[in-house]
Design a protein around this ligand. Structure first.
Ligand SMILES: Nc1ncnc2c1ncn2[C@@H]1O[C@H](COP(=O)(O)OP(=O)(O)OP(=O)(O)O)[C@@H](O)[C@H]1O
Ligand SMILES: [Mg+2]
Length: 252
């Protein structure tokens, strides 16, 4: 199986970037080599990885216009095993069309240099997410246990199906990661049960990611979650387990 994973949901703020970077952090600690592809014009993961998306000379937008990815990929500030294919504000103009297979071709040329390639998708189901799914071997959907978050999940699953059908027969739905689960909440419990009814129990990845201030702080401080020692040990362990699961899937 291939090693390219698209992390997606059209809903904003559910934790796509948090999950992509949490997995990158866990993979790095496990000694694996990671490429994060920032497909979001907001450039959050680029910035958290230590690169200013407003200052990059070439970005993933150029890669979608045939610039070789190897020329655009940069080292991150996180460590020698984490690399970034940066976003830039110009990427926004790419959400409305273009050839969805270009990114796939470009990433295929570099994917073997990494143990995993994590694509952080933007909060839309437009051309960028379609390009991300076309490039990916696995689609990982991130949701929150809230009604609004669950209402959109059918549309995300439909896009995965559509891309599989039209552009990428290799694409598989890896599953659904549940983020931002509060310590005690009857509402969240109900939504979790609803999610398992919608997508099936097996599709929902365990463990779920708890809602914790340190997760937000880590993004703001551009620091991997594993860099906080005991303060983030429980969350770091969750990402370690999710990484073990993803790695198994990739290694097939
Ligand atoms: N488990 C969590 N606990 C606490 N805060 C969280 C958690 N997950 C995400 N957040 C916070 O919620 C906000 C949105 O998260 P994130 O940027 O990962 O979502 P996103 O889906 O990538 O958003 P966008 O759609 O804008 O790309 C961030 O400020 C982040 O720090
Ligand atoms: Mg994001």
């Amino acid at each position: 199986m291939g090693r390219i994973v698209a992390v997606l949901n059209q809903k904003g703020g559910v934790g796509k970037t948090t999950v992509a970077l949490g997995l990158a952090s866990a993979a790095q600690v496990a000694g694996h080599r990671v490429l994060v592809v920032d497909l979001d014009p907001q450039g959050s993961s680029t910035w958290v990885l230590g690169v200013d998306p407003r200052e990059v000379e070439e970005s993933v937008a150029d890669v979608m216009s045939r610039t070789p990815a190897a020329r655009v990929i940069q080292p991150s500030d996180w460590g020698e095993n984490v690399w970034v294919l940066p976003s830039s504000p110009t990427l926004l103009s790419r959400d409305h069309g273009g050839n969805p297979t270009r990114l796939r071709t470009a990433l295929a040329e570099v994917a073997d240099d990494y143990d995993v390639v994590l694509i952080d998708c933007p909060p839309s189901l437009g051309a960028l997410t379609t390009a991300g799914l076309t490039a990916a071997d696995h689609a990982l959907i991130v949701v929150e246990p809230s009604e609004l978050s669950l209402r959109g999940i059918a549309a995300v699953a439909d896009l995965v199906d559509q891309v599989w059908d039209e552009h990428n027969p290799e694409l598989e739905l890896a599953g659904v990661v549940v983020n931002r689960v509060p310590p005690v909440s009857a509402e969240a419990d109900r939504r979790y049960d609803e999610l398992t009814r919608i997508v099936g129990k097996k599709a929902v990845w365990q463990p779920v990611i708890p809602q914790r201030v340190i997760v937000n702080q880590a993004l703001g401080e551009r620091t991997p979650i594993h860099g906080y020692g005991a303060r983030a040990a429980d969350v770091a362990e969750v990402f370690d387990k999710l990484w073990v699961k993803l790695r198994k899937l990739i290694s097939g």
